[in-house]
Design a protein. Structure first.
Lengths: 594, 280
């Protein structure tokens, strides 16, 4: 395809000679006195403003000569005036000019006149080209302007992008924040649910323990009673076996409950003043009898720099020491067991002390040391069978010691013995705090009264067992099978103490206790109750429950009870509570003051 | 006879503009779109990435540093140029096939010429950003492609009638097909979400009606179409339609300008070929 030209495209629209016309006009303006004629390539003749008459043959000859020549060719117009023609390839066209030049003028190429005319024509050509150049320039300017606009738009765009990004970032941050809030809320909710589940589990455990303790209560109590009846040697042996098995089952139940509590994070240590030496001595004393039977010596020693009365949870400390000493006893056949409390250092007003239980037993192989602290594990599988036990004890001790702020560890050598020890900070009890129990006991001792006891208990077996135990301690027992019945009894009779089972049908122990306290507080109501109106002090009520948890004890005290006894009822504990809560002088003979 | 809509419905079931092209077109029209959005779309098409990078690294942009990241390239190219790049890329695949009565390849050459001429006129004579008219140029005869694929026989009939001087192309199409390519093209590109100016230019590029705005996209497209036809870069061989008198007048006033455009066209076409079509 040939290169398209303007003419080939726009020939329909635009007169192709228009360009020649404009050139003619420019040239005429430059040569005001000349007459000019333009002949296009196609032979079209264009006349100027001042016509130049030229007959066709002359014109055609001039055109042909001009095209062939390099420069001007001369001719004569119709009027006889001289004229000159020249071919302009740029247009292309032949221009014929007649100007008022003298005949003698030199028209040869190179002469001043021809040069002048040639330059004039060139100028006209350039002027016309200038139009193109101007247009070209204008187009360039427009394009540059567009580029500038585009540049400006680019910058604008970039700025807009920047703002958009900023907005998005903000949006993102906001979303992130709300997402975090949402997730936190979800986590909280999940946490609450977990806590609920955990609570349910705890409740379940508490109920289980209650259900287990109730029959255990009967087994332990009655086997104890049985062993006190006249029995053949063989029968007595069987009875003891029942007692021991029941006792170990009970301790297992306690262990499982403890562990569950610890794992649920429910176990909280008490912070009450107690006598450290008493606790340690008690533990040592517990093992005196089995030690004597085995021929093992049990000794204890407390550094005298350690204060006598300290703050803490005496029961849990005792539990740990009993566990460790019990283990020592289990694995020691000869030699001795020492329970030691050593002074380590003083820090932040606390005495850091080291408790250790040292034995001369079989020892633990080094590679099993870690395993013994695991649940349900002993030094080796066979040990479990030979020495018995569940392996829960150490796991519980480990956790209890941690709660006390220490770490249970062991040093051991096979065949020589083991030392279990832990280092915990002890805080001296302030002098002014006196044990609540002691205070109560002291208060009670002064208030003297009879020896009648009201036992409120729904379970018939437990009624019988507790009645027998209390009677044996030398008290008169009246039985009520629920809270409402107990209130009825108090309406007509006087009692020195009430043993109140907590879980009962109709009206439970807590509610009954609250009712009793209400009546005591109301002088009018009080008159209706023989058992309450004469009392100077609130009636002594001891809660009886198979729930061994701390919160159960607290709940008992909160409802208005003065004492707390866990079932199964242990004779020794019953005796202790009775001696604490009942006046010394009280016995059946003196109940009637008359 | 099928309506333009029916032809189109069948067509869109068969073929659509590549997903990338539609997405980019939408992004250009959306004020809230960001360079990242473009980058996300473009990087899915490796051919497009290559072309985009070549475009911004070409002497046309005259950047001192080589651009190697898509997002930077998008920034330099600008959204509209990017859209055109994608449109060319997407459409070219459709303009295939060649026979005596209808040549899609020749149509492509026609479209490209019209696009380049329209861009030149817009920029050089009216001082306008030429990207929209370029797009209008490249896309204005898409209706013929649709017709070729859907009602090929009838289109060939129409082409023959047009060549034989039995009326304008639009008239011949209406007779043979029942619809014409400017209508079909308009409906199709409407679905693609092109700017309104471009849509109406496509719709009216064969319409004889008084010209209100000589510098409008429609006028520029008509001028470019006329010039391309005169250069024998025609869509369908046949008589060239007359320019409306307003546009003829305009050309007469700007002879020098059009001379320059015609002079510079071969160079611009070579450049476009370089930018849009350069092989690997």
């Amino acid at each position: 395809m040939t290169e398209p030209t303007f003419d080939s495209i726009f020939d329909d629209l635009i007169d192709v000679n228009e360009e020649l016309q404009s050139f003619l006009a420019i040239l005429e303006a430059l040569l005001p006195e000349a007459s000019i004629l333009l002949v296009s390539e196609a032979g079209t003749v264009l006349d100027g403003a001042r016509p130049l008459a030229l007959v066709q043959p002359v014109r055609e000859r001039l055109v042909q000569e001009a095209k062939a020549a390099d420069g001007f060719v001369a001719g004569k117009s119709d009027s006889g005036a001289r004229c000159h023609a020249v071919y302009l390839a740029k247009l292309p066209a032949v221009v014929i000019i007649s100007c008022a030049a003298a005949p003698e003028d030199d028209w040869r190429p190179g002469s001043a006149l021809t040069t002048l005319l040639q330059n004039t024509i060139d100028l006209a050509l350039h002027r016309q080209e200038r139009e193109m150049l101007v247009a070209d320039h204008e187009q360039s300017v427009r394009q540059i302007n567009i580029l500038q606009q585009q540049h400006g738009k680019l910058i604008e765009d970039n700025y807009r992008q920047y703002r958009l990004n900023q907005d998005r970032e903000k949006e993102y941050a906001r979303k992130l924040e709300s997402e975090i809030t949402k997730q936190t809320a979800e986590l909280r909710e999940a946490n609450v649910r977990l806590e609920e589940i955990s609570q349910l589990k705890s409740d379940f455990l508490a109920n289980m323990s209650h259900e287990l303790r109730t029959p255990m209560n009967a087994i332990i109590g009655f086997s104890e009673l049985l062993s006190e009846t006249p029995l053949a040697e063989e029968q007595l042996d069987y009875t003891r076996t029942i007692s021991q098995s029941a006792a170990s089952l009970l301790s297992l139940i306690n262990d499982i409950l403890d562990l569950a509590k610890i794992e649920a994070g429910k176990l909280e240590l008490e912070r009450l003043p107690f006598d450290l030496a008493e606790v340690v001595d008690n533990v040592a004393a517990m093992f005196k009898i089995p030690a004597r039977e085995k021929g093992v010596v049990v000794a204890c020693k407390i550094d005298n720099r350690i204060p006598k009365r300290i703050m803490g949870d005496s029961n849990r400390l005792r539990q740990v020491l009993i566990n460790l000493a019990g283990n020592a006893m289990k694995f020691t056949e000869q030699g001795g067991i020492d329970i030691l409390v050593d002074y380590e250092r003083e820090a932040a007003g606390q005495i850091v002390s080291r408790f250790s239980v040292r034995d001369s037993g079989i020892g633990i192989p080094a590679d099993r040391v870690e395993a013994i602290f695991e649940k349900f594990t002993q030094a080796d599988g066979s040990t479990t069978r030979k020495y018995g036990g569940t392996g829960l004890g150490l796991a519980i001790c480990l956790q209890l010691v941690e709660l006390m702020g220490g770490r249970l560890a062991v040093e051991s050598e096979v065949g020589k013995g083991s030392t279990f020890y832990f280092v915990i900070p002890l805080e001296e009890a302030p002098a002014e705090i006196i044990s609540l129990k002691e205070h109560k006991a002291a208060g009670r001792e002064k208030a003297a009264s009879g020896g009648r006891i009201l036992l409120v208990e729904d379970n018939a077996v437990n009624q019988r067992l507790a009645s027998i135990l209390i009677t044996r301690e030398g008290y008169e027992v009246e039985v009520a099978s629920d809270g409402a019945e107990a209130l009825e009894h108090l309406r007509h009779q006087v009692f020195d103490l009430v043993f109140m089972d907590v879980q009962m049908p109709n009206m439970d122990g807590m509610e009954a206790t609250r009712k009793i306290r209400e009546i005591e507080a109301d002088p009018a109501l009080r008159q209706d109750y023989v058992g309450l109106r004469t009392l100077k002090e609130p009636l002594a009520i001891v809660g009886l429950t198979a729930h061994a948890r701390k919160e159960d004890e607290t709940a008992c005290y909160d409802s208005g009870m003065n004492g707390f006894l866990t079932k199964p009822i242990i004779k020794a504990k019953l005796a202790m509570v009775l001696s604490e809560m009942m006046p010394r002088i009280s016995c059946l003979e003196n109940k009637d003051p008359s | 006879m099928p309506s333009a809509k029916e032809i189109l419905r069948k067509f869109t079931e068969l073929k659509t503009l590549p997903h990338v092209a539609i997405k980019v077109t939408q992004l250009v029209n959306d004020d809230r779109s960001t360079m990242q959005d473009f980058e996300e779309i473009i990087k899915l098409d490796p051919v497009l990435v290559t072309r985009l990078l070549r475009l911004v690294n070409s002497p046309y942009f005259g950047l001192s540093q080589k651009v190697e990241s898509i997002s930077k390239a998008v920034v330099f190219a600008g959204m509209k140029q990017l859209r055109n790049l994608v449109a060319v890329e997407g459409l070219r695949g459709m303009f295939k096939g060649d026979d005596a009565d209808f040549s899609a390849q020749k149509l492509w050459l026609h479209s490209a010429t019209v696009a380049i001429l329209a861009g030149m006129i817009a920029k050089r004579i009216f001082g306008k950003d030429g990207e929209d008219v370029f797009l209008a140029g490249i896309i204005h005869d898409i209706g013929l492609i649709v017709e070729n694929q859907m009602v090929g026989e009838q289109l060939r009939e129409a082409c023959k009638a047009f060549r034989d001087g039995k009326g304008t192309l639009i008239e011949c199409e209406r007779n043979a097909i029942g619809a014409d390519h400017s209508e079909v093209g308009y409906l199709l590109t409407q679905a693609w979400g092109l700017p309104q100016e471009v849509l109406s230019a496509i719709k009216s590029h064969h319409l004889v009606k008084p010209v209100k705005d000589v510098s409008g996209t429609g006028s520029i497209l008509q001028l470019a179409e006329f010039m391309a036809g005169k250069m024998k870069y025609w869509a369908i061989p046949g008589p060239t339609e007359q320019l409306p008198p307003e546009l003829t007048e305009h050309v007469k006033e700007r002879v020098a300008d059009y001379k320059i455009i015609i002079r510079d066209l071969p160079g611009e076409m070579a450049k476009a070929k370089e930018l849009y079509e350069a092989s690997e």
